[in-house]
Each structure stands twice: as structure tokens, then as C-alpha cells.
Design a binder for this molecule. Structure first.
Ligand code: GDP
Ligand code: MG
Length: 220
């Protein structure tokens, strides 16, 4: 059942070393906001209306091109641990970007955003970039969280903001591409200032810079 993008199983992708950078990205947020659907939509361009949280995948891999760079994304899904808030710190390790998701038809999921943000700030690398995503924007009739509230919260937390729909394929690709762009921007800033957190790679991101000189700017 594994698709070519399932890194754990996909020979093709897992043996493919032909990329300039690799970014680990995490999707977090309350249970049933649509995280798994969002990942499937992006990685496989599919949507399964049934509740898919039991699939239990760890991550999917997708390689994209941004400004002449081949960037391999390793995108992690929580496989249901978020239900009991049992996500371990190991999950956060090495992540360079987060998609923090709530459901625009679910107030509780929106109220939980602050807590998830605190978790990110507590457990992840300082320079990790976060995008706040209000998913299920196709369900306008059942909306309980206005776009304005989403935007204000994002601004308050210092994140960029998108409303999206995994179902109707609205802003899914854009979310990932924007996240990649802001990771690249941050990376070139850090390289400019020779931040040891980045160049030292000790606790830094899983930044694989193949063959390029260490101070070459990311062209993203
Ligand atoms: P997760 O627990 O955050 O991984 O959420 P799932 O991806 O399992 O989705 C939970 C439920 O919401 C499923 O029934 C999905 O079909 C549904 N769902 C996910 N994304 C969307 C969306 O954009 N629009 C609508 N209408 N339903 C969605
Ligand atoms: Mg899920």
C-alpha cells in the first residue's frame, strides 16, 4: 500500500540523494482538524472523506523545486498521538518548519492554538518557522472562527496565516511553498550572520547541503 512518496517504504525516494536541501516539517494541531488529509492532499493529491487518522504513517517525502534548488521535504504527521497530547519531544527534534492547524468549524481547535504554539516554542529549534492554517474553509456554512480572528491570532504569535481546504485543494500547495520560502529566508539570514546553531549542525536543523560551500546563500 505504500506509495512512492512514503519514505519509509519507497525505495525510489529513500535512496534518492539528489537534492540541495532537506527540510523536516511537522504538522500539528488538535485531532481531526485535517492534518492527515492535508498531508495526503499535498503529497499524493488525494482526499479520503473517511476519518483517516488510523493510517499511522510517520512521514511522507516530497521533493520540490524552488528557485533552482531541489528541496526534499520530509513531512511528519502525528499518527494520532495529538489526541492525548502525548507527542514526544523527539517528534519536534530537528524540525525546521511547522504547520499549526485548526479547523474553522471547531472553536476548541482554535483555542488550542496557543498551547500548540507554546509546545513548539518549548521543544523546537529557535529558528523554526511556523505557519498557522485554518483548515476546512470549504465549510463556510459551519464556520465558527472568522478569518479575522485567525489573522489576529497569527499576528499575535508572529506566524504567517492561511485559510485552506484539504478537501477542495485550496491553499495546500501554497502553504507548503510559503513555509519552504520562509525557511530558506531564515536560513540565508542565519548563514549571513554565521549563526553556529545553523552552521554547526549540532542541535540545528536537518539541513543537508550537498556539495555547496557552507556560506553559499540559499537562492530561495
Ligand atoms: P487529523 O486528525 O487532524 O489528522 O484529521 P483528518 O485528516 O483525519 O480529518 C478529520 C476529518 O475531517 C475527516 O473526516 C476528513 O475527511 C475531514 N476533513 C479534513 N480536511 C477537510 C477539509 O478541508 N474540508 C472538509 N470539509 N473536511 C475535511
Ligand atoms: Mg491524523
Amino acid at each position: 500500500m505504500a506509495s512512492a512518496t512514503d519514505s519509509r517504504y519507497g525505495q525510489k525516494e529513500s535512496s534518492d540523494q539528489n537534492f540541495d536541501y532537506m527540510f523536516k516539517i511537522l504538522i500539528i494541531g488538535n485531532s481531526s482538524v485535517g492534518k492527515t488529509s492535508f498531508l495526503f492532499r499535498y503529497a499524493d493529491d488525494s482526499f479520503t472523506p473517511a476519518f483517516v487518522s488510523t493510517v499511522g504513517i510517520d512521514f511522507k517525502v516530497k521533493t520540490i523545486y524552488r528557485n533552482d534548488k531541489r528541496i526534499k521535504l520530509q513531512i511528519w504527521d502525528t499518527a494520532g498521538q495529538e489526541r492525548y497530547r502525548t507527542i514526544t519531544t523527539a517528534y519536534y527534534r530537528g524540525a525546521m518548519g511547522f504547520i499549526l492547524m485548526y479547523d474553522i468549524t471547531n472553536e476548541e481547535s482554535f483555542n488550542a492554538v496557543q498551547d500548540w504554539s507554546t509546545q513548539i516554542k518549548t521543544y523546537s529549534w529557535d529558528n523554526a518557522q511556523v505557519l498557522l492554517v485554518g483548515n476546512k474553509c470549504d465549510m463556510e456554512d459551519e464556520r465558527v472562527v472568522s478569518s479575522e480572528r485567525g489573522r489576529q491570532l497569527a499576528e499575535h504569535l508572529g506566524f504567517e496565516f492561511f485559510e485552506a481546504s484539504a478537501k477542495d485543494n485550496i491553499n495546500v500547495k501554497q502553504t507548503f511553498e510559503r513555509l519552504v520560502d520562509i525557511i530558506c529566508e531564515k536560513m540565508s539570514e542565519s548563514l549571513d550572520t554565521a549563526d553556529p546553531a545553523v552552521t554547526g549542525a549540532k542541535q540545528g536543523p536537518q539541513l543537508t547541503d550537498q556539495g555547496a560551500p557552507p556560506h553559499q546563500d540559499c537562492a530561495c
